[in-house]
Design a protein around this ligand. Structure first.
Ligand SMILES: *Cc1c(COP(=O)(O)O)cnc(C)c1O
Length: 468
């Protein structure tokens, strides 16, 4: 399988290079050159597989020659073997036609583990084979940092430096990063905001002298391998509810559009998906787009579902590429408009096509708390705020249409204990493997918001590691 850029100017790459590269050189995102297609019989043949075996089957066409089927099956078995629920992503019935798929049974309690646990192992396998080493540098406001650290901890080929804004992430989120004591993990608390951290990371990537010293890489949400791994749970849920002989809809709480784009990919592969309902918090740029055809940037408002507090959904560019009949030049034009004027629009025909599959729903903090309370009262299930937006979206857009709706639960309620206890009146407890999180010893370095201070620290750490 080869990959092309959504802006049409970057070289065509194989899976392993897409995995290690991230963003394309023309500023675009990599997508498969063609969508692998599964017939109804192919889909039926997937019934009854374990989650790990299903993951290997679904991901095989995307990885191409990078991993032989047996090697890929080994990677997925190892990745999902570490989850704390035997079903990996259990499906629970909430109402007559609403189901909840729990994607938070990985090591860091958020759905990012579903992809990153596999992707980290892929990095390791490919780098070991090539005899290469990379340095991952990232910035985090919460979930992504801990999931990335857990994915590569202990790797012989990867060093990871994760910047977080000092005093501005929750204690649970900070501790999930800073209590990992693997020698290749380096946490930096920056005296600044999350935006400062992101700017520092960008500046390091743009510093050619620094890049000449270290081979930098990223594991952010635009990495195609993450999308490929996320396609799997759409198949898993649909198979359990009767696919390919019965269509299924999904309700997905969305930030960067990475999760829900994987659902779109599953539909392109032949899975009968009747609808993809996109849930937003007060930061509702996507819901406004599905209503009007205009993508218009607003300021970011902090909410109780912080992993969805974003302005631009970076993975949306992949959908745009499909909507514009894979014309890279047209995507480049719209993205330039977004940068210059903060907005772009698609025409009525394009909007009509996108609405055949997508609809958006906005759920503010009060509605989110009300959903947590109602679901707890009616079913006994405790939802985290992100998952509650998924369920509220399913209820608002999906019920009574004769198609089961699967709401994706993206975080464990104990990851956001305050919001949950305010809404439901009980405080969710951490699962056993994290029960002593607040007693563990932390290790991190606090540094000023200053590029050369951060780069010097990275240089020094990497020199120490090379000598060790
Ligand atoms: C990252 C995240 C989201 C948003 O997922 P996207 O792929 O960015 O749309 C939703 N909920 C939780 C808990 C997350 O960590």
């Amino acid at each position: 399988m080869n990959y092309v850029s959504t802006r049409g100017e970057a070289p065509v790459l194989r899976f392993e290079d897409v995995l290690l590269t991230g963003l394309a050189t023309d500023g675009g995102l990599y997508v498969p050159q063609t969508w692998p297609m599964l017939s109804s019989d192919d889909i039926r043949s997937l019934r009854g597989l374990s989650y790990a075996a299903l993951a290997a089957r679904i991901m095989q066409p995307f990885v191409g020659a990078a991993f032989a089927p047996s090697e890929l099956a080994g990677l997925t078995a190892d990745a999902y073997g570490g989850f704390t629920h035997a079903a990996v992503a259990p499906l629970k019935q909430l109402h007559d036609d609403i189901w909840l798929m729990e994607l938070f049974h990985g090591p860091t309690l958020a759905f990012k583990d579903m992809a990153l646990q596999v992707v980290g192992r892929m990095f390791d396998a490919i780098l070991a084979r090539r005899g290469e080493r990379i340095v991952i540098i990232g910035a985090t406001s919460g979930d992504t940092g801990s999931a990335a650290i857990e994915a590569v901890r202990g790797s012989a080929s990867v060093e990871i430096f994760m910047l977080h804004p000092h005093g501005r992430v929750s204690e649970a989120q900070r501790r999930q990063m800073t209590t990992v004591h693997a020698p290749n993990v380096h946490n930096i608390a920056v005296d600044g905001t999350f935006d400062d951290c992101q700017d520092l990371v960008k500046a390091m990537f743009n510093d050619s002298a620094f890049r000449g010293r270290h081979r930098l890489s990223a594991v952010n949400s635009i990495n195609w391998a993450r999308i490929a791994a996320q396609i799997v749970y759409y198949f898993r849920a649909a198979l359990a509810l009767g696919a390919p002989d019965r269509p299924v809809a999904f309700a997905v709480p969305s930030g960067n559009f990475g999760n829900v784009f994987a659902g779109y990919a599953a539909a392109r592969m032949g899975l009968p998906i009747a609808a993809l309902y996109v849930g937003a918090n007060r930061n509702d740029i996507l819901a406004r787009f599905f209503a009007s055809g205009e993508m218009a940037i607003d300021t970011v408002h902090p909410t109780i579902s912080p992993s969805m507090d974003i302005q631009i959904s970076s993975n949306f560019e992949r959908l745009l590429f499909e909507l514009l009949d894979r014309k890279g030049g047209a995507v480049t034009g719209l993205m330039a408009g977004l940068r210059q004027s903060g907005a772009f629009s698609v025409d009525a025909d394009c909007l009509a096509r996108v609405r055949q599959m997508f609809a958006g729903f906005r759920c503010d903090d009060d509605a989110t708390r009300a959903e947590i309370a109602a679901t707890y009262r009616d079913t006994g299930e405790l939802l985290d705020p992100h998952s509650a937006i998924g369920v509220a979206t399913a209820r608002a857009l999906g019920t009574g249409k004769g198609v089961p709706v699967v709401a994706l639960a993206t975080a464990h309620p104990a990851k956001f204990p305050q919001a949950v206890s305010e809404a439901a009146g009980i405080t969710p407890s951490l699962p056993p493997h994290l029960a002593d999180l607040y007693d563990r010893k932390e290790r991190y370095t606090r540094l000023p918001n200053d590029l050369s201070a951060i780069e010097d620290h990275v240089d020094m750490r990497l020199k120490e590691r090379a000598a060790a």
